[in-house]
Design a protein around this ligand. Structure first.
Ligand code: ASP
Length: 280
């Protein structure tokens, strides 16, 4: 049973040791809670549970603490994929919910599996997910200051391999920050979150680059065709170089390999395969 999580990139505060330690501690605690949960739950249940913990932690740009778009509103995206059933569900630009990944979970068994904008927000309200404002004073401060460091990524993601050998992946984001209303993130597309019976991958970084590089499905397909997870990840990220693509990846393959890599310094992550490892 294995679990790997990410908390996006550590660029908003690269020089801030206090924030770095806070993120290390949060990821350490969450990966342990997630791995404990995995002892008695399957992969899909575990990635939803773990993604919720990450969404609830305001250090990360998903759920509470999501970044604010150029018009002053928060719109979040999240997706979920089950490697056993090959079902994918998600919400794109949903507003005023606490845990976007829970709405993706609700949609997974339904006929219409990916909802966007108003439709997604209304679906959540009608299904009993109460109104919630995910804004934090820190994000409002960043928005008002329009910080000059334009890379402020801190999406969350999670991949789990359960006792039965099934894989699942979940990814959730508040987006790039200051984007145009209507912009679609990779996080609720197959490009950013993909899994089958051989491997599962969750991405973070610049959504446009991740979509152009078809990052998650490329890695998963390469592993399916016999390549190791490590080689498949390195090869796929190398293919982003010609356009200076910005991406970070976590993955697990069915044979138990766990791997993470990024194109730029540096993605924050933690893994648990019996032993805990946290980014340094
Ligand atoms: N991939 C996300 C997006 O482009 C941002 C991130 O990963 O932090 O919306």
């Amino acid at each position: 049973m294995k679990l790997i999580i990410h908390g996006g990139f550590f660029s908003e505060s690269r020089t801030n040791q206090e924030v770095k330690h806070a993120k290390q501690e949060a990821l350490n605690e969450i990966v342990q809670l997630g791995h404990k949960y995995l002892q008695s739950h399957n992969a899909i249940e575990t990635v939803v549970y773990t993604a919720c913990l990450l969404e609830d932690c305001d250090l990360f740009n998903a759920g509470t603490g999501s970044q604010i778009q150029s018009d002053g509103k928060i719109r979040m995206s999240a997706s979920l994929m089950d490697g056993k059933t090959m079902q994918f569900s998600g919400v794109i630009n949903i507003e005023n919910v606490k845990n976007p990944i829970r709405i993706a979970e609700k949609l997974l068994p339904m006929e219409d599996k990916v909802l966007s904008g108003k439709g997604a927000s209304e679906f959540a309200l009608h299904n009993g997910y109460g109104y919630y404002n995910p804004e934090t004073p820190q994000r409002r401060h960043e928005y008002e200051k329009r910080l000059s460091d334009s890379i402020r990524l801190g999406t969350i993601g999670c991949v789990a391999l359960d006792f039965y050998g099934n894989l699942a992946a979940a990814t959730s984001t508040g987006g790039k920050g200051f984007e145009m209303p209507g912009r679609v993130s990779d996080s609720a597309t197959a490009a950013g979150n993909y899994v089958n019976e051989f491997a599962g991958v969750s991405c973070t970084g610049v959504g446009e680059d991740i979509v152009s590089g078809a990052v998650a499905p490329k890695i998963v397909t390469r592993v399916t065709d016999g390549m190791s997870l490590q080689l498949a990840t390195v090869k796929t990220l190398n293919e982003l170089k010609p356009f200076n693509g910005f991406a970070g990846v976590i993955g697990i393959s069915v044979n138990g390999d766990i791997y993470h890599a990024d194109t730029h310094p540096y993605m924050v992550w933690a893994s648990h395969d019996g032993q805990v490892e946290v980014f340094n």
